[in-house]
Write a protein that binds this ligand. Structure first.
Ligand SMILES: C[S@@+](CC[C@H](N)C(=O)[O-])C[C@H]1O[C@@H](n2cnc3c(N)ncnc32)[C@H](O)[C@@H]1O
Length: 279
């Protein structure tokens, strides 16, 4: 079977399944399974598929057409120019979250002590550790499935991030940490209503990574109240927030005694990060 025909068929299947970037995704699947970039087929249409691999490719195509995330099929995804293993049980790093990394880098001095709460794949923690000179970064995650990705991603990136298996809402956990210059978090923030209207692909990601209580604000309230005690005087707390949540999160930080509270927009002009200083 010619790879060109397989590629055309994959595009057709994904298009009729309603996959928005069907051509791009068909190309990534082809490359993942057969190790060939689609543009090469334009100059050599006769390259044939390894018949032993075709059934796995077909199964993956079917899964993707059923809404299963492409990133879980590929097993790896890029964030802030770095590779991360992903799969069932861990949230797929989103480009929106790079806004949090950028905000943290703008606020940081040299040799900061940083704690990343709700670390998941470790994308934020690793990106900060790799890009801020002398940063000492701790990454806290409570899901065992996600934690194993966190550990593997630290290794994959030869990073010095320290992984901590623990519940960020458990006050006793705080005892094990020295005071930080910055506490960053992209916590679960979807509300009851958001959970009813999940995009098909997101439904395959762990609920514990998504649900932030009835109004989506549980983690913002509890993390800011608890973890401000672990900030050095003048230290910053930074949160990623969902669409339309920036105002509420600014108010939460204000009521917890933070000052110089600001929101930073992502590339789509959406207020995506909220941060404040604790004196
Ligand atoms: C929205 S995901 C963010 C993951 C990652 N930081 C990112 O930006 O891609 C939230 C993460 O918080 C973790 N989590 C949920 N509740 C937690 C808790 N009580 N303690 C620690 N981690 C928790 C979930 O398992 C999930 O990995």
């Amino acid at each position: 079977m010619r790879l060109l025909d397989l590629h055309l068929r994959a595009k057709g299947v994904l298009k009729s399944a309603g996959v928005e970037d069907y051509a791009f995704e068909a190309g990534l699947l082809l490359e993942h399974f057969f190790g060939i970039k689609p543009y090469r087929l334009a100059v050599n249409a006769e390259i044939c598929a390894d018949e032993e691999i075709v059934p796995s490719f077909e199964r993956a195509l079917e899964k993707r057409a059923g809404g299963y995330p492409l990133q879980y099929i590929l097993g790896k995804w890029e964030f802030y120019g770095l590779p991360f293993y992903v799969g069932e049980g861990v949230l797929i790093p989103r480009p929106d979250t790079e806004t949090l990394v950028e905000a943290a880098m703008e606020l940081s001095g040299e040799n900061p002590m940083i704690i990343d709460l709700c670390s998941g794949s470790g994308c934020i923690a690793v990106a900060l550790e790799k890009n801020i000179k002398g940063a000492k970064v701790f990454a806290v995650e409570f899901s065992k499935a996600a934690f194993s990705y966190l550990e593997r991603n630290i290794e994959l990136n030869s990073s010095k991030v320290v992984p901590v298996l623990g519940d960020v809402l458990d006050e006793e956990l705080l005892d094990g940490f020295e005071a930080a210059d910055m506490i960053v978090s992209n916590p679960p923030y979807l509300s009851d209503e958001d959970m009813q209207n999940l995009q098909r692909e997101v439904g395959f990601e762990p609920e514990t990574a998504l649900f932030g209580g009835g109004d989506g604000m549980d983690f913002y309230r509890r993390i800011s109240a608890l973890w401000k005690k672990k900030l050095k005087s003048g230290g910053h707390m930074l949160f990623e927030v969902g669409i339309g949540q920036a105002g509420q999160v600014c108010n939460i930080l204000k009521s917890e005694g933070f000052s110089e509270i600001e929101a930073k927009k992502d590339l789509n002009g959406i207020a995506r990060v909220v941060f404040g200083k604790y004196l």
